[in-house]
Design a protein around this ligand. Structure first.
Ligand code: 3HC
Ligand code: NAI
Length: 696
């Protein structure tokens, strides 16, 4: 035995209690302890049953992810599971909190399973770039059938105990102390003389059309391998004897363990948790938040107000006049109706939010009690400054004053108030009540407790909050501008927007840059190009074909045409036939002879531009750590999670190869492709971005 597994004897039942906080991950010591615990129970005269139970808040959250990538040490988890299942004693698992991955696999090797009503079960390995590797793909289909197993394993979705009971994954649900109900259940089974019931001895389930399933899952995963591989593993459970199926599963698991996708996904898992642990903010208490103000109830203001209402905050929204305020109420109401339809809130909650928690006003005096105010008016410095002057007058001392600006200088906005320390950027993404990202933009003067308040708000709203410094576009939009320019240059030089979008969708992006521009509205980028034009460096290459589309009134999805044309109400378009002639005319006017691009070259250039700018953003301290950039791109820009983020992608490619690309491209356009100093430095030191993450 060891200190991770406690052994206790209750009459003829031995209890093996996992004690590996916080979530009883199956570390090497836990696996060893389980083996020893089974040996001891079997040698303990009079013991007829074993109860497996977890201490603390979970049964078992799965294999210990921190051990992945290191040399696996014996006993391996599949052997532990087989050892448990093969025991001559009756084995019962009592599940509470989560039973995930290896945790569910351990439970499936017990002979009977009882769970708390609020227990959550799942095989989420695909979210780590893996498949279950300790019998999950072989045992789950035997107890729940192929359809249910494919659903759970390929999506990684968690199921609650009642659904698990209906699926046949667990045998009973009961509320109470997990150890007490587990013991009572084990004793009742012994009393009934229930037989051992090894899942491996159950008959194999019926087959389905495996090739069709494989293709469908591969398509849905946009290039992610592990969910499709899971189909093959479940197929093995049907077509092979249990032991051979287990071996096939293990071989696939080991293969996936060696992939870049597994590394990318695990980076994302840990980075998502590390991103809000900001160095320097430890021990700093946020300011209290009960009521927030929102200025402007357009696209963003209405979304932000919705997010705040959904998190239980009171909201006072200021608009220019009553008619616009009513339109804002309509937008918020429609957003909440969506939440109601998706089952996120009840009708009563929706009514309470609209009738009591939300106040609309045109007079700034209504904000006198607000703890935090978020401005979301037009993207014009003069308008923002006027708003902040009024806020400075009416808000109580200590209220946090935030701007949702996409690009404007938050230092300048803060300087127009008498309380610059209270001013911060809170950059939401559209739709603000859906998108998970929140950039917390810290000025030269923002005080640490105001930063902590920004992070606390993010947490309350269920967002992934990332600290950003002040610059044009902060982290995300600044990098976006660069990689969009790279796409623009490729169009000028011979690629079509449609080829670029397709190549990037193949790489795993939710959408390519041209489809994305159509979605966001081409007018937004057009306005920005016009604003920037007078300040543009003469060496910068900027295509004009998108301006021509806008001049013709084509702003993308909202007008029915942009780079693509859209049938009424459709979100997926077909290439707009006019686009290529606009592009060809521009190439001719610029004297460019178009050349062919392969999809691989498109991806390489796009990613190199993104990673190089990301390196600059980290080097300048706009992002504190590489992982901060990775999380911004993942949660705000549809970056494929299985690559972990642009800087994890860069690490996986190898920084010398990335720098070589950038230097090669710089031979054509030295202005655009200037290598980031941090990239050069890391290459010369033989280090990578993850080394910087580890340094904090
Ligand atoms: N291994 C190691 N550490 C883990 C872990 C795991 N499986 N699961 C969670 N942790 C750690 C987290 O990193 C975090 O550490 P920190 O406090 O140092 O940041 C701590 O436990 C608490 O986790 P959360 O902050 O995420 O707490 P929540 O309550 O929000 O969520 C959870 C708990 C639902 C268990 C969530 O952490 C989770 O989803 N974990 C991953 C579960 C998983 O993917 N399991 C499958 C593993 S792969 C496997 O089992 C392979 C097998 O088939 C062979
Ligand atoms: P919008 O035009 O939809 O809404 C702006 C709203 O502000 C309008 O309803 C207008 O009536 C109101 N308004 C203007 N001046 C006001 C004043 N003085 N007092 C009260 N209300 C006033 O604009 P949108 O898209 O919501 O953008 C708002 C801000 O959010 C901008 O700074 C924009 O850059 C930023 N942003 C926009 C994103 C987007 O995708 N639309 C994403 C992230 C940030």
């Amino acid at each position: 035995m060891n200190d991770k597994i406690a052994y206790a004897r209750h009459g003829n039942v031995a209890v093996l209690r996992l004690e590996n906080p916080p979530v009883n991950a199956l570390s090497h010591a836990v696996r060893g302890g389980l083996m020893a615990g089974m040996d001891r129970a079997e040698a303990d005269t009079g013991v007829r049953a074993v109860l497996l139970v977890g201490a603390g808040r979970a049964f078992i959250a799965g294999a210990d992810i921190k051990e992945f990538g290191k040399t696996p040490l014996e006993p391996h988890l599949p052997d532990v599971c087989n050892r448990i299942e093969a025991s001559p004693l009756l084995v019962v698992a009592s599940m509470h909190g989560v039973s995930l991955g290896g945790g569910l696999e351990v439970a499936l090797s017990a002979h009977y399973r009882i769970a708390q009503p609020d227990a959550r079960l799942g095989l989420p390995e695909v979210h780590l770039g893996l498949i279950p590797g300790a019998g999950g793909t072989q045992r789950l289909p035997r107890v729940a059938g192929v359809e249910a197993a494919l659903d759970m394993i390929t999506t990684g979705r968690h199921v609650m105990a009642p659904e698990a009971l209906a699926m046949g994954v667990i045998d009973q649900i009961e509320a109470g102390d997990p150890e007490a109900i587990g013991l009572a259940y084990a004793k009742a089974l012994l009393y009934e003389e229930a037989a051992r019931r090894p899942v491996s001895e159950m008959p194999a389930p019926a087959p389905v059309d495996w090739d069709a399933r494989y293709a469908a899952v591969l398509r849905k995963g946009r290039g992610q391998i592990s969910p499709a591989q899971a189909v093959r593993a479940v197929q093995a459970s049907v077509e092979m004897p249990f032991d051979a199926g287990l071996k096939a599963e293990r071989a696939m698991f080991r293969e996936l363990m060696e992939t870049d996708q597994r590394q990318g996904m695990i980076h994302a898992f840990f980075a998502e948790r590390a991103v809000s642990n900001l160095p320097g903010l430890e021990g700093i208490a946020p300011r209290a938040l009960t009521g927030v103000g929102v200025i402007g109830g357009g696209t963003m203001g209405a979304g932000i107000a919705t997010a705040a209402l959904l998190s239980g905050l009171r909201v006072c929204l200021i608009e220019r006049d009553t008619a616009v305020a009513e339109a804002a109420r309509g937008r918020i109401s429609a957003n909440l109706a969506g939440a109601l339809k998706r089952g996120k809130i009840s009708q009563e909650q929706q009514d309470a939010m609209l009738d009591h928690a939300l106040v609309l006003a045109t007079d700034y005096a209504a904000l006198k009690d607000a703890d935090l105010v978020i401005e979301a008016v037009f993207e014009e410095m003069a308008t923002k400054k006027t708003v902040f002057k009024q806020l400075d007058k009416v808000c109580k001392p200590g209220a946090v004053l935030a701007t949702n600006t996409s690009y404007l200088d938050v230092n300048e906005i803060a300087a127009g108030t008498s309380r610059a320390g209270d001013v911060i950027g809170l950059h939401f993404f559209s739709p603000a009540h859906v998108m998970k990202l929140l950039e917390v933009v810290v000025t030269d003067q923002t005080t640490p407790d105001v930063v902590a308040t920004g992070f606390a708000l993010g947490k309350r709203l269920g967002k992934v909050a990332v600290r950003a410094g002040v610059c044009d576009g902060f982290i995300g939009n600044r990098i976006l501008n660069t990689y969009r320019s790279a796409a623009d240059h490729m169009v000028l030089d011979g690629a079509s927007p449609f080829q670029i979008d397709a190549a990037l969708a193949d790489f795993g992006f939710a959408m390519g840059p041209f489809a994305m521009a159509d979605l966001a509205g081409l007018d937004i980028a057009w306005a920005m190009r016009k604003r920037r034009a007078p300040h543009l460096d003469s060496r910068a290459r900027v295509g004009k074909y998108a301006d021509r589309l806008c001049e013709a009134g084509h702003f993308g999805q909202k007008t029915g045409a942009g780079f693509y044309t859209y049938e009424q109400g459709q979100r997926v378009g077909t290439p707009n036939p006019d686009v290529m002639s606009l592009i060809e005319a521009e190439r001719a006017a610029r004297g460019i002879t178009p050349r062919d691009f392969t999809d691989a070259e498109i991806t390489r250039r796009y990613m190199a531009a993104m990673a190089n700018e990301a390196a600059r953003v980290v080097g300048e301290g706009i992002a504190r750590r590489p992982l901060d950039v990775d999380m911004v791109l993942l949660f705000g820009y549809g970056f494929p999670r299985f690559w972990g983020g642009p800087l994890k992608w860069a690490d996986l490619l190898g920084l010398p190869a990335l720098l070589a690309d950038v230097e090669r491209f710089a031979q054509e356009d030295v202005f655009f492709w200037e290598p980031a100093p941090l990239l050069q430095q890391l290459v010369s030191e033989g280090r990578n971005f993850d080394d910087l993450n580890k340094a904090g």
